[in-house]
Design a protein around this ligand. Structure first.
Ligand code: PLP
Length: 385
């Protein structure tokens, strides 16, 4: 059965060009990039090229790129690294809709005596910037607010938010794991101090990430060890994956504008078809400010998991907005923070497209959805038939 992969916010296919670029560094060129010999030195040069490619996509300087093991490590490093450098400030500002990589880190720090302000969002997942302004005070060490939400695709106004933090002399971090490679960024013209990336969200392999650290940012390393990454992240480099991420960034930079338009058109087509054919479908997120690839839709009175199981029978891969906690299905913290009614949050599905998504796939999913929704509604104890 053909797989129709619409779960690209969970992970992406490694691009064939990326596989080709990284493969020799798993077999032929196995030297340590820190070695003095020529054999290792050529690997070091390739890592420098990867650093330049990542910097190129971000509009950053190569020396501002620190390779890590994943987006989660980058988020942890950013927040803890700033706190340990800013000894006299004890407060973190974040939002209720962050990925657990940020939210769990902040909540854990709260148990260690730090103060955490979690900003609320409205029903469309938007922040109230007055609430942020009120929260910025002399005790705040770091503001960590995601660029784009992984569940709904809502994109925050990070230019404005980072400027607000900067005007108060507060370090600003953004988890841009879902944004990089999907929407253009230019860090040379922003007030972002730290930014997290994950390789597997932009067609590189799992197990590699980046933390961008603006030159001059007060920051202590999280992973102590050797002098790798200019002393900012110890540990022998994951060479092949770093090279892969560099290539993935180069590919994204070359096609981001046209792919954006194409993917948005496909996503909008799917959204329109679902809304036209499935009664009581409701789009979650900020329709005006959304990643072009993400569609989060709720169907009242049915469970997202049941939809996923029926889609799976046709080879269609998507995600639901619930997580299994202690044997029961808990609606996502993001949809709950947005105040999405319980009955709709339970029935939410996320489709996330990529540059490999096709119009035929969208048409196929659009055709399969109405009978699935109708069938589940007929079985639902909450719907009168
Ligand atoms: N932040 C966001 C917004 C994400 O969507 C994810 C992964 O889903 C992460 C962080 C974690 O990235 P990684 O899987 O590389 O640790």
């Amino acid at each position: 059965m053909k797989v129709i992969y619409m779960d690209n916010n969970a992970t992406t296919k490694v691009a064939p060009e990326v596989v080709e670029e990284m493969t020799p560094y798993l077999s032929e060129f196995y030297g340590n990039p820190s070695s003095m010999h020529t054999f290792g030195g050529q690997v070091g040069r390739k890592i420098r090229q990867a650093r330049e490619r990542v910097a190129g996509l971000l509009g950053a300087l190569p020396e501002e790129i620190v390779f890590t093991s994943c987006g989660t490590e980058s988020d942890n490093t950013a927040i803890k690294g700033v706190l340990s450098a800013a000894k006299n400030r004890r407060k973190i500002i974040t939002t209720r809709v962050e990925h657990p990589a940020v939210l769990s880190t902040c909540r854990d720090l709260e148990h260690h005596g730090y103060t955490v302000a979690e900003l609320a969002v409205d029903k469309n997942g938007r922040l109230d910037l007055n609430e942020l302004q009120d929260a910025l005070d002399d005790d705040t060490a770091v503001v960590s607010i995601m660029y784009a939400n992984n569940e709904t695709g809502t994109v925050f106004d990070i230019d404005q938010i980072s400027s607000m933090a900067k005007s108060k002399g507060i370090v600003f971090h953004t988890d841009a794991v879902q944004a990089v490679g999907k929407i253009p960024l230019n860090l040379s013209q922003s007030s972002i101090d730290l930014l997290s990336i994950s390789g597997h969200k932009l067609h590189a392999p799992k197990g590699v990430g980046v933390l961008y650290v603006r030159k001059g940012t007060r920051f202590s390393p999280f992973m102590l060890g050797g002098h790798q990454e200019s002393g900012r992240r110890g540990g022998t480099e994951n060479v092949a994956s770093i090279i892969a991420l560099g290539k993935a960034c180069e590919l994204a930079a070359a096609s981001i504008e046209e792919e954006n338009d194409r993917i948005r058109r496909l996503r909008d087509k799917l959204e329109k078809a679902i809304c036209a054919t499935c009664p009581d479908a409701m789009i979650n997120g900020d329709i005006e400010h959304r990643l072009p690839n993400t569609l989060n839709v709720s169907f009242e009175y049915i469970e997202g998991e049941s939809i996923l199981l029926l889609l799976d029978k046709f080879g269609i891969c998507a995600s639901s907005g619930s997580a299994c906690t202690s044997g029961s299905l808990e609606p996502s913290h993001v949809l709950r923070a947005m105040g999405v009614p319980f009955t709709a949050a339970h029935g939410s599905i996320r489709f996330s497209l990529s540059r490999y998504s096709t119009e035929e796939e969208v048409d196929f999913v659009a055709e399969k959805m109405p009978p699935i929704v109708n069938k589940l509604r007929q079985l639902s104890p909450f719907v009168e038939t």
